[in-house]
Design a protein around this ligand. Structure first.
Ligand SMILES: [Ca+2]
Ligand SMILES: [Ca+2]
Ligand SMILES: [Ca+2]
Ligand SMILES: [Ca+2]
Length: 360
């Protein structure tokens, strides 16, 4: 069973609205945009800044906005997060002016029961607006869905990739880290990050970035899966080789290309680890050996990937052994490897087995 702990961080109760995360002050942590109705029945929107020790209220705008939605987005491409709010038959756009929010005149429909989202639907590198909700037309109310194309600013430039990617294994975890990317508009400290991890090159089967990993183009309008962090821990990982990279995301939700892909091999434990029935079917003999040994198997096996790693988890030998129904052993010569204790990993479709291998 998955469990979560309840935090004691104090925040006002809100209803009939929404809560969104964004680093509006570009200091590398996520702040909260909160809108709706508070316990006193007042229709408010707030920003709570993420500070050491808790969240501090920065704004308390009584705009009589309720039954609706709010969202962060850099609509004017100056690199900082602005705010759109809709609800209570109103829609307001606030421009972030060095941390102070200025309400702009706009021609947006005022909606009730509204949903708002930024999206660059015409792919011209600025955020357009999508609004849905109830619109009061005379004596009747009609549901509407509205696109507003952004014509107000210079196009956003996509950020540059993070640099100095590194990773280290720790038990059954891998800790990934990198240094900041860059962007013309959004400060380096304000960028978000978005990772992929795969079991083969250019694959996302362990962690998907929801981006095209070749171009970096985002498939969603959202901050990255690593949020504002420049380090990320993958827990409960299995023995194996992992291919990974990370991209920067700016405040217009544009993704940089991914940094050049990195590789890390994780070996969980030093003792024989049998993760499948294959452990009863594969043995090596002799062990210890002088580098020449036999891989012996019982029954009809699938193809076997054999990898030998040194004490620093560096791959020193690999061989792919094709499926065979006649030979019950395969001679392996790895005599160029110096004496020592190594880890042998055998992978088949049935699973993985890890063995300690000693060369004399
Ligand atoms: Ca922040
Ligand atoms: Ca802005
Ligand atoms: Ca656009
Ligand atoms: Ca940018």
């Amino acid at each position: 069973m998955v469990t979560f702990s309840v935090s004691t961080i104090p925040l006002p109760g809100m209803t009939r609205g929404s809560a969104k995360w964004g680093d509006y002050d570009q200091d590398g942590d996520l702040d909260i945009l909160l809108m709706g109705q508070d316990a006193a029945g007042t229709w408010n929107w707030y920003i709570f800044r993420n500070d050491p020790g808790g969240f501090n209220q920065q704004f308390n705008h009584i705009d009589y906005i309720n039954f609706g939605d709010g969202e962060w987005g850099d609509f004017d491409n100056d690199g900082d997060l602005d705010v759109i709010l809709s609800g209570g038959k109103k829609t307001f756009l606030y421009q972030n002016n060095s941390g102070t929010f200025i309400k702009l005149q706009s021609n947006f429909y005022g909606l009730n029961y509204a949903s708002v989202s930024w999206v660059d639907y015409d792919n011209d590198n600025d955020l357009d607006l999508f609004l849905t909700g109830d619109y009061k037309l005379g004596m009747t109310t009609v549901p509407v869905s509205m696109f507003y194309r952004n014509n107000t600013c210079l196009p956003n430039s996509i950020p540059q990739a993070p640099v100095n990617l590194s990773s280290v294994s720790q038990g059954d975890s891998i800790i990934f880290s990198w240094n900041s990317g860059n962007d013309v508009e959004t400060s380096s400290a304000g960028l978000y990050y978005n990772m992929y991890v795969g079991s083969i090159s250019n694959n996302v089967d362990s962690l998907s970035p929801m981006s095209d990993i070749l171009s970096g183009q985002r498939r969603v309008i959202a901050i990255g899966n690593a949020c504002s962090n420049k380090t990320w821990k993958m827990k409960n990982a299995s023995t194996g080789t992992y291919y990974w990279s990370v991209q920067s995301i700016d405040h217009a939700y544009a993704g940089s290309p991914f940094a050049p892909e990195k590789i890390i091999t994780l070996i969980v434990g030093n003792d024989d680890v049998d993760k499948s029935s294959v452990g009863n079917e594969l043995t090596v003999y002799p062990n210890p050996s002088n580098g020449e040994f036999k891989l012996m198997y019982i029954g009809e096996l699938d193809d076997v990937k054999m990898e030998i790693f040194d004490a620093h988890a560096k791959l020193v030998f690999s061989r792919f052994i094709k499926k065979s129904s006649t030979n019950k052993s395969v001679d392996i010569k790895s005599t160029e490897i110096s004496a020592g204790v190594y880890t042998l990993i055998l992978t088949t479709l049935k699973g993985t087995i890890t063995k300690k291998l000693v060369f004399l």
